[in-house]
Design a protein around this ligand. Sequence first.
Ligand code: BG6
Length: 480
Amino acid sequence: MTKIIFPKEFWWGAATSGPQTEGRFKKKHANIFDYDFEKNPERFWHEIGPDMASNFYNDFREDIKLMKKAGLNSVRTSIQWSRLIDDLEEGTVNQDAVDFYNAVIDEFIANGICPVINLHHFDLPVDLLHKYGGWTNKHVIGLYVKFAEQCFKLFSDRVSDWFTHNEPMVVVEGGYLYQFHYPDLVDGKLAVQVAYNLQLASSLAIQKFHEINQNPNGKIGIVLNLSPNYPASQAKEDIAAAHIADLWQNQLFMDASVKGEFPKELVELLTKDKVIWESTKEELAIIKNNKVDRLGVNYYHPNRAQKPYYSPNSLAVDWLPNKYFANYQMHGARMNVDKGWEIYPRALYEIAKNIQKNYNNIPWFVSECGMGVSNEERYLNEDGQIDDDYRIQFIQEHLYWLHQAIEEGSSCFGFHLWTAIDCFSWRNSYRNRYGLISVNIHTQEKTLKKSAHFFKNLTENSGLELSEEFFDKFNKTFRF
Ligand code: BG6
């Protein structure tokens, strides 16, 4: 047996978001997914939309009790802009939403769970897209800051841990490059502007937070999906492709959020290609002066990059970042075949080393990591529990590498699994189940999986013992 013990105050928890759990009950505005589902239900897995989600709006007290049973000491969720704000232009609040979020926050605290609150989890109110073009328009940034201000005013007396966005790069890619989020555009130049605007919005929210936060322990950060880009070979074209992919996918938000400046090399490249964002000196000064206190890192799978396999001239649109790189699936990789993602736990160690070396070891935590599996009923045992040994192995392997980095001085302060209770996941809806707790989407009955008991043990012992059997399986191909 090998023991790995984590720091005392470590966050052991899980992440989710408002739109993926609450359901649309009493919500005045539709967000882009609510609208997309109303118009195009066939785009969603089994035509299951966000209306009910996992019924957190009604079930939150029972759900939080289950989370406690799974040993979570901290949970990230988000406040829905489309729920909290009544008049999107004025930024006035909806009283039912205020009461709801107050009750949720109080319930977490009463159960000894630290509420970690994020503001924007892809869920732009759709009216702002239709009226203004959403994140392409700087007016929307101002409206987001009004929403953020209300959140800090109303809840920062009890909430000390805040994040401005979840995975802003997914907003850019999903909505403006690769068509997996509404409005499904393919427009490289617009995508570049959206990236900039999201960063500016984050920096302005941070500025506002520091003006009005009521909590002496209050801290604010951003949650980024950071997947290292590994070159397909040592050929210089592949190395260059992986480098540019990294600049675009990782360093863009990372540098701007942590160092207060966009990577120079990326700015030069976008300028040369005539797609650089519109910015002003004043805005760049805001970004410079409002860095994050800490970072959340979502990590699911590595990225592998090779030189683009089509000529830049064959691009159907004027400009795409893929002019410089192609991501691909490595032949023979360990796969979670349900989700189609490679499993590569060592990347967590490399992410930690990168933060340590290149980002002044800024405090950070794993804000999402997890394994989505379809048809989990396959693993139901006679007692009605899902025996998700694959998830336990997956968590152990990632913790093994994270622990290694912490031993070497990484300032990682927590690990949040995606997710506590199986939740609605955009167009994938309930296809991939990630939770420690399963939900029957027809009855809303919620049941602890085997991994929930494992997680509770982990929290209670601030770590775990890794068996011979674990090391036997470690790094070997396993498929589901
Ligand atoms: C994360 C997102 O990147 O992936 C979540 O932050 C999302 O919102 C999760 O639910 C899982 O996505 P999917 O598509 O595998 O269900």
